[in-house]
Structure formats: structure tokens, C-alpha cells
Design a protein around this ligand. Structure first.
Ligand SMILES: Cc1cc2nc3c(=O)[nH]c(=O)nc-3n(C[C@H](O)[C@H](O)[C@H](O)COP(=O)(O)OP(=O)(O)OC[C@H]3O[C@@H](n4cnc5c(N)ncnc54)[C@H](O)[C@@H]3O)c2cc1C
Length: 399
């Protein structure tokens, strides 16, 4: 008989896992607490491993990529608002693919809805209320959030792909405090309605001072997205009062054109993500017949720039491990975890260094960061000019 898996969460990790499970011959059912699929979202740079995972999951053809030509220009602003060429997220090695989160989810959704095989059953406005892991199966109480109606259902496996504050993790492994490490930092991400005045439509603009930074990510075929991020010792306090007023107060004194534009854009934005930054660290990602994937298991956080990549890779690899160990769930989960853990551990470590690039911790880090990125930006500009001079007429390279 075909084995059934409950996948909790219709994000990148949940849909990737469902596609992987389906390819392994399982029948996944996805439950999502939201009433409908999310769209849009913030900028994501997909690194080579993530692009390869998209190929392995069979979704790369449907993935809409928004890289500006030659990865676009990035501008670093100094304390007086003067700009100089710098290096943006897309200029790192490996040529990241520029997308918004909704682009990845849309490509995964196409496969879930039937282009990649049998359509996967998806139940919106549904969440698990209890998970009872038995010897032969898992009994889950599912709640229809709209009506409050609860019902029981049995599965051979539960996949918790319900994000950093995973309720599957809380129910099966223990309270959030045991696994979520606090990074004393906040983020606010949203879609801008227009580019910062006087910059090119596809440019990235970065203003990073000690403890606070504003990033504008330029995209090829839509308005840029923005990220405000800052460090704080008091996370609880950040969630009190009006969010926009708080951000205005945190960024007061940083009076450059990019910060002003981003704060004004925030007031006009129909929605934004405002949250604290954490990493999730667990010694095991599975227990009995429950396994966690993506941010629920290992949230690397945005500074690593690897969360979406590892969510795709994690779901795909889970399917492969189940395919290779069809009769032994424990062996499959052990093989899956030992294959992934070294790279997750390494990304969790390097995220601390990358955080300095996003938002320097103090004045020395600010100066060092700015020096490195401006040097890199000047070098890149010279290289592009040289390449353009050497390119045959009409080849279209741009600086
Ligand atoms: C601002 C920002 C920028 C980022 N930039 C990058 C980047 O450049 N590159 C990169 O690789 N990564 C990046 N990331 C990280 C990446 O977005 C995440 O790691 C990835 O989206 C995590 O996917 P997920 O499916 O594990 O979790 P989520 O996206 O959190 O999805 C969880 C899903 O589960 C649902 N859910 C939650 N609770 C329940 C419940 N009880 N029952 C049912 N459903 C539930 C939620 O509604 C949601 O649909 C960034 C993150 C942020 C915040």
C-alpha cells in the first residue's frame, strides 16, 4: 500500500519535501494554516546549490529569474549620503539567481498542482493540533482553522516544514527556547513601489552603519525590494508599539536618500515582514516518525543567504533518501540527516561573518566593511570596462 505523509507548511521546504516524497512513491498531503497560497515576498539570491536543487526537483524551467544584466550595479552610501560603486548580493561568486520568495514558491506550486506528477493534496486553513507518534504510524489531530472542527488522521510520516517557529517542533521535540538562538537583531522586508530617486531602476543601493542598515535590492523586471535590519539587545521591546514609528526612530539620524526613501516606502507598503532574527539548532532533526525540514529544523537566517537554497536541497534530499531506503524509515532519515548536516553546520557558522556584511556590529566593522566592498566595487567596475572594451561590437556588455 502507498505510504502517506503529512507535510505541515506550504513554504519552500514543505513543497520541496512533498515533491521529493511523491518521487519516492509516497502520497503526501500538505496542510497550510493560511487560507491561501502566499505570493510576492522579499528578495532571495539562490546560490548554485539551490539552483541545482531546483533542477533536481524538476522546477527550474518554471522558475522566473530576475537578474539585471551583468548582475546589475550596487551602490554603497557613506555617512554623508555620497555613493560609490560597491558589491551587492548578486556579485558574490556562483552567480546567484535573483528571485523573490514567491517566484520559488510559484515554480514549486506548478509541480505540486500536477505538472510534476500526480497533483498533491493541499488543505488550506488547516493546522495540526496534536501529534501522537505510535509504533506503526502517527495519529494527528488536524484543525480546520475556519470552523474550529477537529478530526483525526493516520500517517506513516509527519514532515514539519512550518518555519522558524514550528509548531510541529514544539509539539514533538519541545519548547522554542530549547532550539531558537537569539541573534539580537531585527528585520523588516517589503516591496518598494519605486526605486530610490536618481538611481537606475535595476540598481541595488546599500546604506550600512554600525548596528543598522538599509538595503534596496534591484531586480530586472519589477520594482526593487527593501530590507531594514538593525541590532538590538531588547527583542521583546521591538514588538511593542507601532512598527513604522519604531523603525523611524531606530533609523533616525541616518538621513541619507536611500534610508529616507525606504522609510517612506514602508509607510505605503500594503504589507511587510517585521521579525526578530534567530538560528535554530537541533542535535537531531527527526524523532520516531516525525522529521523537520527547512527553517523548522535549521533556520540559518537571512544573513546566511542560504535558507531557501537549503530548504530546496533538504526537501529534495529527503525524497532521495526515502527512495533509496524504501523499507527502512529510520535508515532513510539517518542517511538524509548525515548527508545534509555538514553543510548546514558550516552555513550556520559563516552566517555570523556574513551578518557583518549586512549590518556591521560597530564602527570598526563598519569602516572595514565599507572599505572591502568599495574596493571590490571599483575592481568589478574596472573588470567590466575591460571586458566591454574587449567584447566584439554589439555584444551588449554594460558597466
Ligand atoms: C528578509 C529575508 C531574506 C532572505 N534572503 C534569502 C536569500 O537571499 N537566500 C536564501 O537562500 N534564503 C533567504 N532567506 C531565507 C529563506 O527565505 C527561508 O529560509 C525559507 O523561505 C524557509 O522556508 P520554509 O519553507 O522552511 O519556511 P517558511 O517560509 O517559514 O514556510 C513555512 C510555512 O508553514 C506555514 N505554517 C506555519 N505554521 C503552520 C502550522 N502550524 N500549520 C500549518 N502551516 C503552518 C506557514 O504559513 C508557511 O507557509 C531570507 C529570509 C528572509 C526573512
Amino acid at each position: 500500500m502507498q505510504k502517506r505523509a503529512l507535510v505541515v507548511g506550504l513554504g519552500i521546504a514543505g513543497m520541496s519535501a512533498a515533491i521529493g516524497l511523491r518521487a519516492a512513491g509516497w502520497a503526501p498531503v500538505i496542510v497550510e494554516r493560511a487560507p491561501e497560497r502566499r505570493r510576492g515576498g522579499y528578495f532571495i539570491g539562490l546560490l548554485p546549490d539551490g539552483r541545482q536543487a531546483a533542477v533536481d526537483l524538476g522546477i527550474s524551467e518554471d522558475l522566473h529569474v530576475r537578474n539585471p544584466p551583468d548582475a546589475g550595479k550596487a551602490w554603497e552610501l557613506d555617512r554623508h549620503g555620497r555613493s560609490a560603486p560597491g558589491l551587492g548580493f548578486l556579485h558574490q561568486p556562483g552567480r546567484p539567481a535573483a528571485v523573490v520568495r514567491g517566484d520559488i514558491e510559484a515554480a514549486l506550486w506548478q509541480s505540486i498542482a500536477g505538472t510534476g506528477g500526480e497533483p498533491v493534496e493541499v488543505r488550506f486553513a488547516t493546522a495540526p493540533a496534536e501529534i501522537d507518534d505510535g509504533a506503526d504510524d502517527v495519529e494527528v489531530v488536524l484543525e480546520d482553522i475556519g470552523t474550529g472542527h477537529e478530526y483525526r488522521e493516520r500517517f506513516d510520516l509527519v514532515v514539519g516544514a512550518d518555519g522558524m517557529r514550528s509548531s510541529v517542533r514544539r509539539m514533538v521535540f519541545g519548547p522554542h527556547e530549547e532550539y531558537m538562538t537569539n541573534w539580537n537583531a531585527m528585520i523588516c522586508a517589503f516591496q518598494l513601489d519605486e526605486q530610490v530617486p536618481s538611481y537606475g531602476a535595476q540598481d541595488s543601493v546599500i546604506s550600512a552603519r554600525a548596528g543598522r542598515a538599509a538595503w534596496v535590492f534591484g531586480l530586472a523586471d519589477r520594482a526593487p525590494t527593501a530590507l531594514l535590519t538593525y541590532r538590538t539587545a531588547d527583542i521583546a521591546e521591538q514588538f511593542t508599539g507601532d512598527r513604522v514609528e519604531r523603525l523611524r526612530s531606530v533609523f533616525s539620524g541616518m538621513d541619507d536618500p536611500a534610508v529616507r526613501h525606504v522609510l517612506d516606502g514602508l509607510e505605503r507598503a500594503p504589507e511587510f515582514l517585521f521579525d526578530s532574527v534567530h538560528q535554530v539548532k537541533m542535535s537531531r532533526w527527526s524523532k520516531g516518525r516525525t522529521v523537520l525540514v527547512g527553517d523548522a529544523a535549521w533556520c540559518l537566517n537571512l544573513y546566511s543567504g542560504m535558507g531557501a537554497t537549503s530548504a530546496l536541497r533538504g526537501g529534495d534530499a529527503l525524497g532521495r533518501a526515502l527512495r533509496e531506503n524504501p523499507a527502512d524509515l529510520r535508515a532513510a532519515l539517518t542517511a538524509w540527516e548525515s548527508g545534509l548536516r555538514p553543510s548546514i553546520r558550516s552555513h550556520q557558522r559563516t552566517a555570523r561573518i556574513k551578518q557583518q556584511m549586512f549590518v556591521p556590529s560597530g564602527r570598526v566593522a563598519e569602516v572595514l566593511r565599507s572599505f572591502i566592498l568599495r574596493l571590490g566595487g571599483a575592481w568589478r567596475r574596472r573588470k567590466l570596462e575591460k571586458d566591454r572594451a574587449a567584447a566584439p561590437v554589439g555584444s551588449g556588455a554594460s558597466v
